[in-house]
Design a binder for this molecule. Structure first.
Ligand code: HEC
Length: 121
């Protein structure tokens, strides 16, 4: 008797744990690449981000600032606007602006470094 009810209660706990993990898994985004592992290009891109984007965007959380937080930007299916986070789309948003986001002036080198960095988020 004892053993059986213990087994049942363990099974119920295991189910609860599995459900919790599954729920957490749906909500949590993949972590950003650690700074120690950045390539030179990604590190230069991080500087561009600091100068041109950081006042409006948190890079490694989804918390909004002036614009949306950009954690896992290139790993999600769609950006806040609903568009997929392709390099083409990102380039267009950055260089032309969108709604409340101003167009940002970048050289070709800055842009390619920045895109490399955005892929680490
Ligand atoms: C002055 C503030 C400001 C600056 C500077 C800025 N952004 Fe934004 N950004 C915004 C706002 C506001 C939005 C939301 C626009 C909207 O409503 O679609 C946005 C949206 C975005 C989006 C989401 C686009 C989508 O399709 O959902 C991306 C990606 C983005 N910004 C990247 C950048 C990058 C990279 C930089 C630096 C080169 C940058 N932003 C600089 C304010 C800013």
């Amino acid at each position: 008797m004892r053993t059986r009810s213990l087994a049942i209660s363990l099974a119920i706990q295991a189910l609860g744990l599995a459900a919790t993990l599954a729920l957490a898994g749906c909500r949590s985004l993949p972590p950003s690449k650690p700074e120690a592992l950045w390539t030179i290009e990604e590190a230069r891109g991080a500087q561009v981000f600091q100068q041109k984007c950081a006042r409006c965007h948190h890079p490694t959380t989804t918390r909004p600032l002036n614009g949306p937080g950009l954690q896992a930007l290139t790993k999600v299916k769609s950006m806040p606007s609903g568009a997929p986070p392709t390099d083409e789309r990102l380039t267009r948003v950055i260089l032309r602006g969108r709604l409340n986001m101003p167009a940002i002036q970048l050289t070709d080198d800055q842009l390619s470094d920045l895109l490399a960095y955005l892929h680490t988020l």
